[in-house]
Design a protein around this ligand. Sequence first.
Ligand code: SIN
Length: 324
Amino acid sequence: MDFTTRFHGQEFANPLMNASGVWCYDDEELDAMGSSASGAVVTKSATTNFREGNPEPRYQSLPLGSINSMGLPNKGLDFYLDYVIRQQESSATNAQKFQFVSIAGTSPEEDILLLKKIQASDYKGFVELNLSCPNVPGKPQMAYDIDATRALLEEIFSFFDQPLGIKLPPFFDLVHFDLMADVLNDFPLAFVNCINSVGNGLIVDVHTERVVIHPKNGFGGIGGPYVLPTALANVRAYAERLKPSIRIIGTGGVESGEEVFLHLLCGADMVQVGTQLQKEGPAVFDRLLKELGQIMEEKGYKSIDEFRGKVRNYAGESNPRPLA
Ligand code: SIN
């Protein structure tokens, strides 16, 4: 089965990646992702300096997914740049996988500083700018402010010339998709990643009558099967609205090969896995590829490009976007 995935001129063995935050915090986790069957790896969203993150417990696995309020614990941008540059310069067979560095300033000013640092470094690859973390107390999810997002992108593209994507929060209103796509289409973005967790859900244990995580009085980002319809809606909505040069990474609700297939069918070029990777560890990628391969075989598809983006409407018509 041919899972080969082309993304802005880069070729990956398959479209699967970790979602930033899961199995990408330190050397040990990144090494394990490097040895896994994933096609690519993204690093934990980095701030300028080391961050401890929110108090524990800050992640809870749930029957239908997860809730987290990690608060961007990370080892600081220097650590992740150094790790990825070392991988890229090595002769290891998996060196090609390390093409995505994620950053998440806690203010627009910090985003600019982080990008200037990347620009001045030897890193060559994609940057995923996380404008959607719901878990830093007192800090809004930047991308919900569409005008502020435009202003930030204007400043970024006045100096930054490496391939940049942004990680978006989920949107729920078709007019909001129109407004956001109008902004995104005005910039030379390489990709969007949709969606981050569905922010500020609340999970309450009926027995203890208590919330299940400590930070923010229990409010946290919801992931996993709970969010699949929202994730697919966001992937499809942007596939219908974005210019073809802005590619799409689909994230949210992947439990099996079936959900990987659905993300690709709705228009995702690559697919990230968060909650299920947390539950199962990096071996999840072997299973997902096997299951995706079985679905493709049953349907008679030999490559992903044969069905990517071709979801049909109720009348049976499809409107695929041009391939990468
Ligand atoms: C976190 O560190 O709080 C999770 C990252 C995110 O939701 O963007």
